[in-house]
Design a protein around this ligand. Structure first.
Ligand SMILES: [Zn+2]
Length: 912
């Protein structure tokens, strides 16, 4: 086949429809080498890892290794949004690090029954400390240091289809490998040889990275190369050889891996064995795609590899659309789908009831960041620990080993998704000896004292996934079942149990719940708190925000950190002062907090964003594999888009400073990293210095949108650092919803339905005085509807800044880094002058409108000012605003004057 370009790719869903991403064949060889290097490093690390004084035994090593290999293919879910520099001890910075540390540490030095016991008893602090102290940290540090490599690997893998044939190429190789392992685990409930089989399952199709047709040989080569790189003890090597043997021969027998592989394939593609109505070959006939049909009938993979690009892509999309139509018809005939008893595996869905309400409880950023950490922890880590215990047979009575599955445990790949306040976990079906019914699982999770102390509730639902006879359920069917259970539950109203305050004084923090616990408040003081506030406060001194202040971040080759030391060190800035003033620090106030806030007020922006129409797209993911691909890719795009934008900001540098000080770009990047409250799935919430917030937000959304093929809406509110953070967050949420920018629906060439398409957009609101809440946002939007648009496209926002700073750069981040340099050095220059001048002009124009509320008068005034001004960029800015009206029907369009004023006001942060 020399000289012929091989064509293969994977279907992805986008907001506007479908696309086929082509495999980057030039990167395939390098990707394989990187995977082998990382897997070899990990085996070598494990082999010498010490639990106490001695290395761990070989069974634990192989268990540990199989969980880590999953983590490597589970990027991005497993790694955070930034590389944290960690030599030796460093704090774990988010809930996922705790989950992975638990999953790995339980094979080293964590006792699952101990963590389970602590969480069930409500001793959260002790549980976190145990996980924190595990040697698993060393592996986390290694994975963290490989973050960029893992991202590159995933970028290549996400485009490689598990099955290269058009119509079957709707699930990616990584999701197929993880599902195979999860199913294999469910089939094999005794747990014998579990880690070996998992390792073999996860890697069984690794040969497909290079080539679909010869993948069995490829897998063999992969293992041979990996084994050569290992420098491990003889007994560990023997176990790895054994796993390699199982993986290499996966197509030859009737073993668990073959069966799991078959079933995972049925889940990846809609298989005629499973749904006879909708076989791909039938569809090819119906659609007259004879060229593809010919290759398929002959099972000729050279023929498929050599399909022309347009034929391959076009038929992939056409087959998917026809599958979708057929599937809709099939469902309307109400096939028996919900026979939960006949399953071998089910899908558990856990969600947090009332996330916003819970978060809104905490006016201090320090506590709110902890509450946000807890939302993730309670929906993912807590159920993971409890299910792990149930499967191990650590039951209600605290007895061990009465389970049907001695030696069994919950594998890491069972966690299919875990962000945005919910998680999905694969669980085995109830059997004679096991209690994995919905009622038992729900009871186990909900009876955790930690939920009681925090007074939060989780929704726990269960849907069928794989049947005993080999039937598999498709994603829309699974989702239907979960939604039906959710509706049934929401009719049983859950409410917080706010006790009568009469007998107690109210809690000193929230003022709502009865204060029942006496807590030390630092030097000399005590406060009386309710159980919720006390629980959050206890851990917020060490978790949530605090680790973010302590660590050094690595962005590109730059290492940036605050240099704060823990209390009592004395050499550096006191951490507790920084903690209490976290909003000021994020806004840009120097660390020693000496800044006079009245003369040089810094402002902080709250950025909230999420993907437009994502739930509509998720509903179209026919298979679990496609669902996983869509959600992993989204999460990957958000995290990688964030670090790409940080790198741009760091490269923008700004004027150099003394050697021991961070450049302005680096300093801004660090403050943004500290301000991340939530980033994952298809959404995020970030606090950042006002001065950089608009150029950062626009570049960030452009990057994420390019990587994910989705469009995003976002809202920014700008407040003083003393503003109660929880209200500002609800305000940002309201601005974000108002900002959603839809395009005119266009009928698609070959589609009967019109779909709503959207654009990336950014709404903005500034509060220099007074409170921002969801209500004030709505009132302001209504009162100023003629001059406040909120639905701004990103180009408009960038153009306003470009004009305001008279930018000749193509990087607005560079302009802002330069401006920030002037601000922090207290050396006002051209940029400071420009920013102030522009604000003055826009304030003047706005006041003309506010005085007489006459739109036409305002337009006339702006035209007059434009003619009068000598300043070219002010003239351009006024033209830009007027153009929005000129282009609207009957000149009724909104003049985005207030939007522009808010944008330029961000630039004034920190100026006198
Ligand atoms: Zn309270």
């Amino acid at each position: 086949m020399l000289g012929v370009e091989k064509m293969r790719g994977k279907l992805i869903l986008t907001e506007g429809g479908e696309e086929v991403l082509e495999v980057d064949e030039s990167k395939v060889e390098d990707t394989l080498n990187q995977i082998i290097d990382i897997l070899a490093d990990l085996a070598n690390i494990i082999d010498i890892l010490k639990a106490d004084v001695s290395t761990i035994d070989v069974k634990q090593k192989i268990r540990l290794y199989s969980d880590i290999v999953v983590a490597v293919f589970n990027f991005p879910m497993i790694t955070g949004y930034s590389e944290v520099s960690g030599q030796g001890r460093r704090p774990l910075i988010n809930s996922f690090e705790y989950l992975v540390a638990y999953a790995l540490g339980r094979h080293i030095d964590i006792k699952p029954e101990e963590i389970y016991g602590l969480l069930k008893a409500g001793k959260l602090m002790e549980a976190l400390t145990k996980i924190d102290e595990s040697q698993a940290r060393q592996i986390l540090n290694y994975l963290n240091s490989k973050r960029e490599k893992l991202a590159e690997i995933y970028e290549v893998l996400r485009k490689i289809p598990a099955d290269t044939r058009p119509g079957y190429n709707i699930s990616s190789l990584p999701s197929h490998m993880l599902l195979t392992s999860a199913i294999q685990w469910g089939l094999q409930q005794e747990g014998a040889d579990l880690p070996i089989l998992r390792l073999a399952s996860v890697l069984h199709d690794v040969g497909k990275i290079k080539d679909y047709k010869n993948h069995v040989k490829g897998t063999e080569e992969f293992f041979n190369r990996l084994m050569k790189k290992l420098q491990v003890s003889e007994d560990f090597r023997r176990q790895l050889e054994y796993a390699a043997q199982k993986a290499k021969t996966h197509h030859q027998g009737e073993g668990y891996i073959d069966r799991a592989d078959d079933m995972a394939s049925m889940m990846d593609r809609i298989d005629p064995k499973n749904n006879p109505e909708i076989g791909v070959k039938n569809i090819l006939k119906e659609l007259g795609l004879n060229e593809v049909l010919n290759c398929m009938e002959k099972s000729d993979f050279d023929c498929i590899d050599n399909l022309k690009e347009d034929v391959y892509k076009d038929s992939t999309v056409k087959i998917f659309r026809r599958l979708e139509e057929k599937f809709k018809k099939m469902r309307s005939q109400e096939l028996p789908l919900r026979d939960v008893k006949a399953t071998s595996m089910n899908l558990l869905y856990v969600d947090f009831q009332g996330v916003q309400k819970f978060i809104n409880y905490f006016p201090k950023l320090k506590d709110l960041a902890t509450a946000s950490f807890l939302v993730d922890f309670l929906v993912s880590t807590l159920p993971f620990v409890i299910l792990d215990a149930m499967i191990r047979g650590i039951g209600n009575e605290g007895k061990q080993g009465d389970s049907a599955w001695k030696g069994n445990y919950l594998p890491l790949e069972a966690l299919l998704s875990g962000y945005g306040g919910h998680s999905m976990i694969v669980v085995p079906s109830p059997s004679q000896n096991s209690k994995m019914t919905l009622e038992e699982i729900r009871k186990e999770i909900l009876s955790s004292e930690i939920l009681n102390r925090l007074d939060v509730s989780l929704g726990v639902y269960l849907a069928p996934l794989v049947g005993k006879t080999g039937k598999v359920w498709l994603y829309p069917e699974i989702w239907d079942e979960i939604s039906a259970q959710m509706r049934a539950r929401s009719s049983v109203d859950w409410s917080e149990k706010i006790l009568a305050v009469s007998d107690h004084r109210p809690c000193d923090n929230c003022g709502i719940r009865p204060g029942t616990e006496m807590i030390d408040k630092g030097p000399g003081g005590k406060e009386i708190l309710c159980t919720r506030c006390a629980t959050v406060r206890e851990i917020s001194n060490l978790r949530g925000l605090t680790p973010k202040l302590k660590v050094n971040y690595k962005v590109g080759d730059k290492l940036i950190g605050l240099g704060t030391k823990s209390e009592g060190d004395g050499k550096s800035i006191d951490l507790s002062v920084v903690q209490e003033n976290a909003m000021q620090i994020i806004a840009g106030t120097p660390l020693d907090i000496k800044e006079d806030e009245r003369t040089h007020p810094h402002y902080v922006s709250i950025l909230k964003f999420d993907a437009n129409n994502a739930s509509r797209v998720y509903k179209r993911t026919l298979t679990i594999g496609l669902f996983l691909d869509t959600s992993f890719s989204m999460d990957y795009s958000v995290k990688v888009g964030f670090s790409e934008t940080l790198k741009e900001l760091i490269n923008a540098k700004g004027p150099g400073r003394e050697t021991d000080q961070l450049d302005p770009g680096e300093e801004l990047a660090l403050r943004i990293l500290i301000g991340v409250l939530y980033l994952g799935g298809d959404e995020g919430l970030i606090l950042l210095p006002a001065v950089v917030s608009i150029p950062f937000a626009t570049r960030f959304l452009e990057n994420v949108s390019r990587l994910s093929n989705f469009k995003f809406k976002s809202g920014v509110v700008i407040v003083k650092p003393k503003h109660p953070v929880q209200f500002a967050i609800t305000g940002a949420g309201t601005v974000m919803e108002e900002a959603k920018l839809t395009k005119e629906p266009v009928p698609k060439r070959d589609r009967s339905t019109k779909e709503e398409a959207s654009e990336n957009s950014l709404g903005i609101m500034f509060a220099s005085s007074g409170l921002i809440t969801d209500e004030t946002v709505e009132t302001t939007a209504k009162n100023y509807s003629e001059i406040l648009r909120l639905k701004n496209d990103l180009g408009f926002m960038e153009e306003v800044i470009r004009k305001a700073l008279n930018s000749k750069n193509n990087s607005l981040l560079r302009d802002v880094a330069n401006l920030y340099g002037e601000i922090i050095e207290r050396e006002p220059g051209d940029l400071t002058k420009r920013a102030k001048e522009t604000i003055k002009v826009l304030e003047d124009v706005t006041s003309v409108y506010v005085q007489n509320r006459n739109r036409l008068h305002l337009i006339a005034y702006m035209v007059k000012e434009r003619a009068k001004t000598q300043d070219e960029s002010i003239r351009d800015l006024l033209t830009l605003l007027l153009k929005e009206v000129a282009n609207s029907p009957d000149l009724r369009g909104v003049i985005p004057l207030l939007d522009a004023l808010f944008v330029v006001k961000t630039l004034r942060s920190g100026m006198s």
